[in-house]
Design a protein around this ligand. Structure first.
Ligand SMILES: CCCCCCCCCCCC(=O)SCCNC(=O)CCNC(=O)[C@H](O)C(C)(C)COP(=O)(O)OP(=O)(O)OC[C@H]1O[C@@H](n2cnc3c(N)ncnc32)[C@H](O)[C@@H]1OP(=O)(O)O
Length: 210
């Protein structure tokens, strides 16, 4: 697993988060608006031209390829392109986990952009969120892990709206960590997952991620 070291302070990371986070929130709102708008065709055409102008402005200076997973010298991570929790990724819901002694918990909202069955979350999105939350539980005491195998059991449809997820390491075997987790709405568990997460061979990146 490759990573990029950036020699910047925690204050600089916070400053950048303050610059890019609100932009990402605005684009996330745009995605929702594009799905739900009922303005007429002429207004859609004007909106499209304005969006294209903004895209051209942003692309006037950009990196090659994807963002990567970056860390500073204190092992503070900046996985800001991450599809589930990236600070600069408007596709990310975003899901942010909070670690405790036993595992990690996340509370988040999945809106219209994550629909599969009518008014319910797409099964692939459920699996994606669970992969991330289980993966973060696997990494919480160590270093980032690859998902080797993940099995998701859908107990009932997951409604769009406020949701939570929880994951804990249940077993360790060499470089393998067995992690279990759940996705829940206000009425309880909607999906369960179990995964085998594997510490990469010859890891040369930081440990004790923050
Ligand atoms: C701040 C930033 C935070 C960042 C926090 C980020 C969290 C991110 C969470 C999302 C995580 C992802 O989506 S990761 C992306 C999706 N996953 C991938 O792309 C992984 C692709 N696969 C691989 O790269 C590889 O196959 C690995 C790394 C999984 C395994 O390769 P390896 O390390 O060479 O494995 P190997 O030595 O052969 O086997 C080691 C042990 O693992 C077992 N094993 C090997 N492969 C598998 C497997 N697929 N499923 C189960 N078990 C397996 C073997 O039987 C063996 O067990 P034994 O004989 O020792 O008993």
């Amino acid at each position: 697993m490759q990573f990029t070291l950036e020699d910047i302070t925690a204050d600089e990371i916070d400053r950048r988060r303050g610059v890019y986070g609100p932009l990402t929130d605005s684009v996330r709102d745009l995605i929702d608006a594009v799905i739900r708008t009922e303005v007429d065709a002429a207004d859609i055409d004007v909106a499209r031209r304005r969006i294209d102008e903004v895209v051209a402005d942003l692309r006037s200076r950009q990196i090659d390829g994807s963002y990567g997973v970056r860390f500073n010298t204190d092992a503070v991570g900046m996985p800001w392109g991450n599809a589930v929790m990236g600070v600069r990724n408007a596709i990310a819901p975003p899901v942010r986990t909070v670690a405790d002694r036993e595992g990690v918990t996340a509370e988040f909202t999945l809106g219209a952009a994550y629909e599969g069955p009518a008014h319910h979350v797409h099964g692939g999105v459920c699996a994606m969120v669970l992969d991330q939350v289980l993966g973060e539980a696997a990494a919480a005491d160590d270093i980032p892990c690859f998902t080797g195998t993940i099995t998701v059991t859908y107990r009932r449809p997951t409604p769009l709206g406020a949701l939570s997820a929880r994951a804990e390491i249940v077993d360790r075997d060499g470089r393998k960590k067995i992690v279990r987790g759940t996705l829940s709405d206000a009425d309880g568990v909607t999906a369960e997952a179990e995964g085998v997460f594997i510490v990469p061979k010859n890891w040369s990146g930081p440990s004790n991620l923050k």
